[in-house]
Ligand binder design. Structure first.
Ligand code: SF4
Ligand code: SF4
Length: 481
């Protein structure tokens, strides 16, 4: 007789944030704390639950009402999921299935949780300079020779804190950006001290990240960032030529050698940079080898799709050719499958999607995001930094952005035509509103990249399921019951 298999549920041990990227997407996730279920209730499988077969013994699930990413269940656990008698007999597992959002009760129906949730972080982009030593093909900036002054930087930070306090945010995050922010390294450290002091005085959690091309990193800077808990994001789009044809110096020389050296330097100094990868039709074929390089170094990374802008429109070969992008990224996924990373990939491998936790909006624009230019003017998105809505002198700049009807409109996925009935809507949220508007002239429709997304989401979920299976015996990475 075949021995009885014990039910098994695998999930990420802790909630992992979306990997750092250039957009304001990290904090719009919904962190839902599900209440403890009543054991005698009749449990139901919630609408919108996604499941995929991994092999004959395991399936991977993604719930629109859980915030801990995917869950892998063996067949014995799946039987508990669908059988009331087994649920009564296995209350611990049933409770865990409930808290993962894989079960609900008529009373504890989580359908409204998504709408009720408020983000807890106010993020600000600080445009420390418009200058840059690179001339990347997709850059949307004119590179005027203008820097943010210390006075403007401090006043911008103070105005962000005013809004954070007025809106009861728990965390405040600053993105030191540009241009190339390391051209303004002393200013970063000055603003960091100011932000640190204000966060302590106001009992707010502070998060900071420098968004850099990496070329100016040195040992002193890496040590300072490490000791001050300032994160570093470096842009790297491929290995060798695949990077250089996107990202060259102002004189035309390729930057790969210097950028890869900077990544190694950061690692040598104990600073783990987050890698931002911009994917276009020009470079997608190089993605498999880049991911191998990144996984070999255990680097967190984020794949962002190229977004056309007025300055890049003539570079036709970067446009996202649907089939080419799908084929290239699936080839990169196959590389990941052979060498599954220890970190969850759900928040980082399909453009702006965050498959770790459900959410209603693609990014934080118009909700909990401020973009300060070098003069202290405030825009809604860094790609529209030239279209400010208000400035740092107003008492509550966030309130102005939240009520603005003229600029970019970041609608809920429920308001986007074509998305309402999509099974991936809770994690995709309909894509970048700016890219959609550029392609269609509307904010209330699905992303022009929808077909690419729908081809990749199931494969991303399958990868995560395989990752949980691979590391199931490592209690630091996978929770098992
Ligand atoms: S853009 Fe496409 S994949 Fe994303 S939610 Fe809308 S319909 Fe779904
Ligand atoms: S609107 Fe698009 S480009 Fe701007 S922050 Fe949102 S996702 Fe990023």
């Amino acid at each position: 007789m075949k021995p009885l298999t014990m039910p098994l549920l695998l999930t990420s041990f802790t909630r992992e944030n979306k990997t750092e990227g250039d957009c304001a997407c990290s904090s719009s996730s919904v962190d839902i704390s599900l209440p403890i279920p009543v054991p005698q209730d009749d449990f139901l499988i919630p609408a919108g639950l996604i499941k995929l077969k991994l092999n004959d013994d395991f399936q991977v699930f993604l719930s629109p009402f859980g915030s801990k990413g995917a869950s892998v269940l063996n067949m014995a656990a799946i039987e508990v999921l669908s059988d009331h008698r087994r649920q009564i007999a296995q209350p611990d597992l049933t409770s865990r299935l409930f808290s993962q959002g894989l079960l609900e009760t008529e009373k504890d129906n989580h359908a409204n949780d998504l709408c009720l949730h408020q983000p807890d972080t106010l993020t600000s982009w600080l445009h420390l300079t418009d200058r840059c030593n690179f001339r990347c093909s997709y850059c949307y900036l004119p590179h005027v020779r203008e820097d943010m002054s210390v006075e403007v930087g401090r006043a911008a930070i103070e105005s962000a804190f005013r809004s954070a306090i007025l809106h009861n945010f728990k965390k405040i995050k600053f993105k030191y950006a540009g241009g190339e922010p390391l051209l303004q390294y002393p200013l970063i450290m000055e603003l960091h001290s100011h932000a640190r002091r204000m966060a302590d005085e106001n009992s707010l959690i502070l998060e900071e990240v420098v968004l850099s091309n990496g070329s100016l990193l040195n040992a002193e800077i890496a040590d300072a960032f490490k000791s001050q808990n300032i994160q570093l994001m470096i842009s790297l789009d491929g290995l060798g030529d695949h990077h250089d044809i996107h990202r060259s110096y102002a004189g035309g020389r390729g930057s790969f050698a210097d950028v890869s050296d900077a990544v190694e330097l950061a690692l040598q100094h104990g600073l783990v940079p987050s890698i931002s990868v911009t994917v276009s039709s020009r470079t997608v074929e190089g993605l498999p080898s880049l991911l191998t390089w990144l996984v070999d170094r255990s680097l967190p990374f984020n794949l962002n799709f190229y977004r056309e802008n007025d300055l890049s429109v003539s570079d036709e070969d970067m446009k996202l050719e649907e089939q080419k992008i799908i084929t290239g990224i699936l080839a990169a996924f196959r590389v990941l499958e052979k060498n599954l990373p220890t970190r969850s990939v759900l928040g980082s491998i399909v453009d702006r999607a965050n498959l770790i936790s459900p959410h209603t909006h693609t990014c934080d624009v118009g909700r909990n995001y401020l973009v300060f230019d070098q003069h202290g003017q405030i825009a809604k998105c860094q790609m529209q930094i030239h279209k400010p809505i208000t400035d740092m002198t107003v008492n509550d700049p966030l309130a102005v952005l939240q009520t603005d009807q003229t600029g970019i409109q970041n609608l809920s996925v429920e308001e986007k035509q074509g998305c309402k009935t999509c099974e991936w809507k809770h994690w995709c949220a309909g894509g970048c509103p700016l890219a959609t508007h550029r392609a269609t002239g509307r904010y209330d429709v699905k992303s022009p990249n929808c077909n690419i997304y729908k081809a990749l989401y199931p494969e991303a979920l399958r990868l995560e399921g395989l990752r949980l299976l691979k590391y199931k015996n490592d209690p630091a990475l996978v929770m098992k019951i």
